[in-house]
Design a protein around this ligand. Sequence first.
Ligand SMILES: [Zn+2]
Length: 63
Amino acid sequence: MKKCPYCCSTKGYYMMERVRRALHFTFDDEPDGATEDVADYTGRRKYCRECGRILPREKGGTE
Ligand SMILES: [Zn+2]
């Protein structure tokens, strides 16, 4: 797939990833950094970066 079939954008696509991160605070309620992002869930669907629509799977699709 070289372009979005909906809007014909060639900008590319994105996939959603959900991450977990802990925000640290001192007991004085001052922000004190955060942990590294840990991937919680990674989606397999591809979304057009331009219009945000879910792109059809590549194999077998003739539309
Ligand atoms: Zn698009």
